[in-house]
Write a protein of this length. Structure first.
Length: 191
């Protein structure tokens, strides 16, 4: 009962299997290299998003609203300029509101110079308490192109029904502008 020696056959079979696997690996590697695409000279440019509010000058000073009376308004013309390199959307809102007089003030924004406030329709009207970033800020529906300047007019009016309760009250606030890139932002998200 002698068993034939299969060691040589097994070694030859293993060597052939290794050669076949190596050849398959070489072919798939070669195929993968041939399937790769190559592009030359990819250039990516980033843009800047920046605006300037009224050339950095104050729009309303403390004296503008110091003696305001019910039914009267302070009217100020100002500009928003895109100093960046891409189209932007911008919004305006109040920050750092102080004083009880703010409770009786209504803000309106008009496109154009002071005459627009007398003849035009406001783009925005809201109470000071609502005219904040997390409330109802004014968001311009139009884009502002690089280098473009938009003239707007702000009207701050003391409500007709504001009685003597507001006599001697004060108000302070910062009118703030913020911008975001317009491209790929159809919902004008400012997050």
């Amino acid at each position: 009962m002698n068993k034939p020696n299969n060691t040589g056959k097994k070694a030859l079979g293993s060597a052939l299997a290794i050669l076949v696997l190596a050849a398959m690996l070489a072919l798939t590697t070669w195929a993968a290299l041939l399937a790769m695409a190559k592009t030359e000279k990819n250039t990516f440019l980033t843009g800047t998003v920046a605006i300037e509010l009224n050339g950095g000058k104050t729009i309303f000073s403390g004296a503008d609203l110091a003696n305001i009376e019910p039914g009267h308004a302070a009217v100020r013309e100002f500009t928003v300029k895109n100093t960046g390199t891409v189209d932007v959307y911008y919004r305006l809102y109040l920050e750092n509101i102080t004083g009880d007089l703010a409770d009786s003030l209504v803000f309106s924004i008009y496109e154009g110079d002071k005459n627009a406030a007398q003849t035009g329709t406001p783009l925005y009207t809201g109470a000071a308490a609502d005219f904040v970033a997390d409330g109802s800020p004014f968001v311009d529906g139009k884009t502002l192109a690089p280098g473009e300047t938009r003239t707007l007019t702000a009207v701050v009016k003391m409500g007709e029904g504001s009685g003597n309760a507001f006599q001697g009250d004060t108000v302070g606030f910062d009118l703030t502008a913020q911008c975001v890139q317009a491209r790929n932002n159809p919902d004008k998200e400012f997050n």
